[in-house]
Write a protein that binds this ligand. Structure first.
Ligand code: FRU
Length: 500
């Protein structure tokens, strides 16, 4: 029985193990440290997420530093603490974030620097567009747009961030080639619209706005729109506004160009899905490119409509993909529930079976014990019956001859004392016979013994069994009796009674 329980326990453990181990694979935890929070980063994060959908073993952990160096450093350190397998980082500024990146890299964590650069060599791969080229192309465009003649303002991105530095260098080098274009001011922004608005407003207030400005180059679309707002408030003829980012969607640069709020923009590629694939390739030890340059394109009044249509189509497909993924998630959750349910049901069925077998075995054991007890009782009864019978024969042989003796004349003439002694013997013999009879009756009365005491008497107690036979030659007329008994004394005694 104990063995049986051990067996059941082992099977249950096995079922449990099956349930827990059936879906186990290595998970890659990828930390994503974003320097800012804006629609460009949102787009990239959701592309990263979509990219992760294609790998069920990838978990993304996002951190946003809201343009703060300290916050980004602290976030990178805590991402490393949580045990990430790879770090993707867009460093807020070129030099400030490097110590944290170095720490992660030195711990053996692969690092992908994307979009913004650092001054550390400790990174595994870099992915991003060529910001110098972008600035240069924008300078070329501006010169062409203004027919080589005009006054422009440049509103920079965050000081110390690599795209701001590179875009500026590219832009200024291109402009330098066109002496008719005059950069009347280079204002400091920080990639945000409010800062651009404030700086441009201040500059305009200082009465410098009196002279006509032909074009404002904001280093991103939000900067360009901030400048536009300041110019609109200041009144007077509006210059052209150019930006960079060229995002799709409601407030994106493509629509702004389409709606003529911006004159031009430059698509600054996000490519989150490609970034994620690079991360997975590194994690899986596959070959990868150390430097990946993302291609880009200018958005102007001519192509804005087409680009908008295309980008909206892509957005629609992304949305559909998102929906599909949600559905797939739901199905997976359902599948998981069903699997758990099946295991629970199997375990319940197994337990029930085990219980039934247990009960069956218990009753089997009980029946066996009962059988053994009944067998013992029957043997005991047989023993008592036999002993009673064994007692009864000699008792009959004492009591019968004694009764016979007491009826003879010899005994009537015996002394009083002798008669009294014989009477005592006779009475006690009768008494003993009574006890033996009672014992026999009691044993016969048990359910096992099915014969009545009368039957027992007939067979075992009434020893004299007379069988008529042919007459002997001694006396032709006298009846002949054949006595059959296994006890010689009984036979002798019966013969003595029947002789007369
Ligand atoms: C987004 C953003 C873009 C800009 C880029 C520069 O966070 O500010 O608007 O082009 O970063 O790194």
């Amino acid at each position: 029985m104990r063995k049986y329980y051990h067996f059941a326990f082992i099977i249950l453990m096995f079922l449990g193990l099956l349930a827990s181990c059936s879906h186990h694979e290595q998970k890659y935890r990828i930390g994503v440290s974003q320097c800012s929070d804006d629609i460009w980063r949102d787009k990239q994060n959701s592309e990263l997420q979509i990219g992760a959908y294609f790998h069920d073993n990838v978990e993304l952990r996002f951190a946003v530093a809201y343009d703060s160096d300290e916050r980004q450093i602290q976030q990178i350190d805590s991402l490393v603490e949580t045990g990430i397998d790879l770090l993707i980082v867009a460093p807020n500024q070129v030099s400030t974030i490097s110590p944290a990146i170095d720490r992660a890299y030195d711990k053996g964590i692969p690092v992908i620097v994307f979009e913004r650069k650092t001054n550390t060599k400790k990174y595994t791969a870099y992915m991003g567009a060529d910001n110098y080229e972008m600035g240069h192309l924008m300078g070329e465009y501006v010169a062409t747009r203004l027919n080589e003649r005009g006054r422009i303002i440049e509103v920079m991105g965050l000081k110390g961030s690599s795209p701001a530095i590179e875009r500026h260098n590219g832009f200024r080098e291109a402009i330098a080639e066109h002496p008719g274009i005059q950069v009347v001011a280079t204002l400091q922004g920080d990639w945000t619209e409010p800062t651009a608005y404030n700086t441009v407003k201040q500059w305009l207030n200082k009465d410098k706005g009196a002279e006509k400005i032909d074009l404002v180059f904001g280093m991103n679309d939000r900067t360009a729109m901030g400048a536009r707002k300041a110019f609109e408030e200041a009144g007077g003829p509006l210059p052209l506004f150019c930006g960079i980012d060229g995002l799709p969607g409601e407030n994106g640069g493509i629509r702004l160009v389409q709606d003529s709020l911006l004159d031009a923009s430059y698509i600054y590629p996000t490519h989150g899905d490609q970034l994620l694939q690079l991360a997975v390739d590194i994690l899986e030890g596959k070959p990868y490119k150390k430097e990946t340059k993302l291609m880009s394109a200018l958005v102007t009044q001519e192509n804005a409509r087409v680009l908008l249509m295309e980008s909206e189509e892509i957005m629609r497909q992304s949305y559909n993909l998102e929906q599909l993924h949600e559905k797939a998630n739901e199905y997976q959750a359902q599948l998981g529930n069903q699997r758990t349910l099946i295991f629970v049901a199997l375990a319940a069925i197994f337990l029930l079976l085990a219980l039934l077998v247990g009960i069956y075995m218990y009753y089997l054991q009980r029946a066996r014990i009962q059988d053994e007890r009944m067998e013992m009782e029957r043997e005991q009864l047989d023993f008592y019956t036999q002993v009673s019978h064994e007692l009864r024969t000699p008792l009959t042989l004492i009591q019968g001859p004694l009764d016979q003796l007491l009826r003879t004349n010899d005994f009537r003439n015996a002394s009083d004392e002798a008669r009294e002694l014989f009477t005592i013997v006779r009475r006690n013999t009768h008494h003993l016979t009574g006890i033996v009879n009672k014992m026999l009756d009691a044993q016969v009365g048990t359910p096992i013994q099915e014969m009545t005491s009368a039957q027992v008497d007939a067979i075992t107690v009434s020893h004299p069994i007379a069988v008529p036979a042919a007459a002997t030659e001694q006396d032709e007329d006298a009846p002949t009796v054949l006595i059959v008994d296994d006890n010689a004394d009984i036979r002798t005694y019966l013969r003595s009674i029947l002789q007369g």
